[in-house]
Design a protein. Sequence first.
Length: 422
Amino acid sequence: MTFKTIDDLDPGQRVLVRLDLNSPVSDDGTVQDNRRFDRHAETVRELAERGDRVVCMAHQGRPGDDDFVSLRQHADILAEHVAADVHFVPDTYGPEAVEAIESLGDGEILLLENVRMCEDELPEADPEAKGDTEFVRTLAPEFDAYVNDAYSAAHREHASLVGFPLVLPSYAGRVMETEYEANTAIASRTFDGQVTMVVGGTKATDVISVMEALDETVDRFLLGGIAGELFLRAAGYPVGEDVEGMDLFDDQWEANADTIREVLDERGDAITLATDLAYEDEDGERAEIDVEEIEEKTQGFLDVGTETVETYAPIIRDSEAVFVKGALGLFEDERFSKGTVGVLEAIAETDCFSVVGGGDTSRAIEMYGLSEEDFSHVSIAGGAYIRALTGEPLPPWKCWRRHIEERGNWRAPRTCERGDAP
Ligand SMILES: Nc1ncnc2c1ncn2[C@@H]1O[C@H](COP(=O)(O)OP(=O)(O)OP(=O)(O)O)[C@@H](O)[C@H]1O
Ligand SMILES: O=C(O)[C@H](O)COP(=O)(O)O
């Protein structure tokens, strides 16, 4: 799939840019800075420096949730990353917003209010319906072009994501371009050597769907986290179930047991399971146990063990490409970071093509002082990353495909800089 990028957009235009600035919000309502600001700043800065009038829209939280707040603070954080003023207007497409848009000068940046505060943004609907909302019909005439940089929100069919591409010439921003290219590499390119996928985290249903979809493409799956324990359960070990106060395993087992058994049956030779697990002992220290020695699960297992890491590391070293989805343990607690960090370190030490995805998992890179430079790509996406891995097109891409068919003149995205480019 190819699409137009901002390289194809003539400078000096009125540009509407969709970013994903959805961020953690602390209990006192403070919006936390995070990598999304830094990544999107590249697109915003580039457009502003070319003299475009840059109007950004984004969302924060979901209506009814505590983190559903205004984007006023986001404007200040974005300004720091862009190293330029970012004006803010507490309105999305009403008269105040339109006036702010119309008074913007060349090279200036404006952030509109949280798009999810407009009724037209949600719920999901097809592009025609979303393109016909008052939100889109009011804003579109104010612009010459629409840039979608919100890769990590692009699995949603919301007005700001699928409504505008139908009515404005549309382009991918820098984040969209690099995320698309790296995350679809598993399905779109051929690697000469072994392709390995590290599968962990808490959302077993998601990762199992990835394993099923990549059945043909991945040579070796290395398992950990909740999914790993569920696979151990399917293999006959007395783990992968909830103990008192836990709510991670039983429901997911019920929903996925048949699929896990099937995957294990059909691809067992390609799946490596943990041989030891870590838990918290009576003194609050990390302790490890060989899975063969577990007679009954009496406490939570919070990481894979040392022997498992020692098994996984050489497999990673022998790989041509490694894709990560989900952490191997509760890495936020340093005692249980060994599996996740051990695997990430092994990837960082190789020259293989590597993609680390998942909003939570990729945070481990920053937490434990690893360098993003040592990976081909560290995704800022969760759900959209899964969709890309499973090969399912994201809704905005379907709109772009229509543009390609209807308008032609589309070009391939830039290539990744590290590892062999797709
Ligand atoms: N054994 C375990 N017990 C408890 N938590 C675990 C365990 N193993 C992994 N985790 C947790 O899994 C989380 C990451 O998995 P998650 O399924 O959220 O995946 P992600 O792909 O990083 O994020 P997302 O899909 O939400 O963007 C981490 O926060 C980690 O603490
Ligand atoms: O943070 C995210 O994963 C994206 O912004 C999507 O948010 P949503 O799950 O609330 O649609």
